[in-house]
Design a protein around this ligand. Structure first.
Ligand SMILES: [Zn+2]
Length: 290
């Protein structure tokens, strides 16, 4: 399932404004994640939502991947995307194990803590750029904006909104990303931020065609232009071949046992939930090639 990101220029080409309703993409990712704790759930959802917005800043075969390391360094949240709009995200095994059943009883601020960091890798193939910043705002949105200020010297605002039903399931997710371009007037970004905070604009804009969006934006930010609509979707790059390595790492006795009992071995990708089944004859091949 896909969602759209709309790229616009507002305030006379001085601010880049991107917005999305990424509910479907987030729902798919969060269904796979199996996180029970609301705060961990929110942290992952926000990280994925921010990353999905960043996908439209990429060109050709560029990728961007983010790792949030919480103050408790064992716990990490991963999210990545590419220029084609493929988005994925997951909590690492330590975080999952800790909060799959138990509740953290913490706010987002407490979960992130005062010593968390964001590491962002951007690039393609061997041409990688990595930047690391701390998370002084402890709320993910402003911390990513802080990252861009620190590492790329660009003024950015990011707002993500996640809504739940009474069962704690995600029912709505949307967000904006705005960046000041050279020549932007003092306070331009703050004006955009205030308008989007004051009104629930994103769901409204997403239902409109380009001309209607421009009209709506022009009422708030003069001279606005819709540049492009891009799709985003949840996609994992896993394949059965990647799980052969896992089978190779199992003790030979375990593989022997499965072959002897004529049973298959099931493996599951914890990022997308896809199952890969290895038949006894495939296990036999692995045994013989060890
Ligand atoms: Zn996968």
């Amino acid at each position: 399932m896909t969602n759209k990101i709309i790229k616009t220029l507002v305030l006379d080409n001085s601010v880049r404004l991107y917005f999305t309703d990424n509910t479907k993409v987030l729902q798919e990712i969060m269904n796979v994640s199996k996180i029970k704790d609301e705060t961990c759930y929110l942290a992952l959802a926000k990280a994925v939502s921010v990353i999905s917005l960043l996908s439209v800043t990429l060109k050709a075969n560029q990728r961007i991947s983010a790792v949030i390391t919480l103050t408790n360094k064992k716990y990490k949240i991963h999210a990545d995307t590419d220029a084609a709009g493929n988005v994925r995200g997951y909590a690492n095994q330590a975080l999952l194990k800790e909060y799959q059943h138990r509740h953290a009883n913490a706010s987002l601020q407490e979960l992130i803590g005062t010593k968390a960091s964001i590491r962002l890798m951007k690039g393609f193939d061997m041409n990688q750029f990595t930047g690391i910043t701390d998370m002084p705002y402890q709320n993910i949105d402003d911390d990513f904006a802080y990252y861009f200020k620190q590492s790329e010297q660009t003024d950015t605002i990011i707002q993500t909104n996640i809504e739940y039903n009474s069962e704690g399931c995600l029912i709505k997710s949307y967000g904006i990303y705005a960046q000041a371009l050279p020549g932007a007037k003092e306070g331009a970004l703050e004006l955009v931020q205030k308008q989007f905070e004051a009104e629930n604009l994103v769901p409204l804009l997403l239902r409109m065609n380009d001309a209607e969006i421009e009209k709506e934006l022009n009422e708030r930010f003069y001279h606005s232009k819709v540049m492009e609509r891009k799709s985003i979707r949840f996609a994992c790059h896993c394949s059965k071949a990647m799980f052969y390595g896992f089978l190779y790492s199992l003790p030979a006795e375990e593989l022997q046992k499965a072959v002897g009992a004529n049973t298959s071995i099931d493996t599951t990708c914890h990022i997308c939930g896809r199952d890969y089944v290895f038949s006894p004859s495939e296990i036999q091949t692995i045994l013989q090639s060890r």
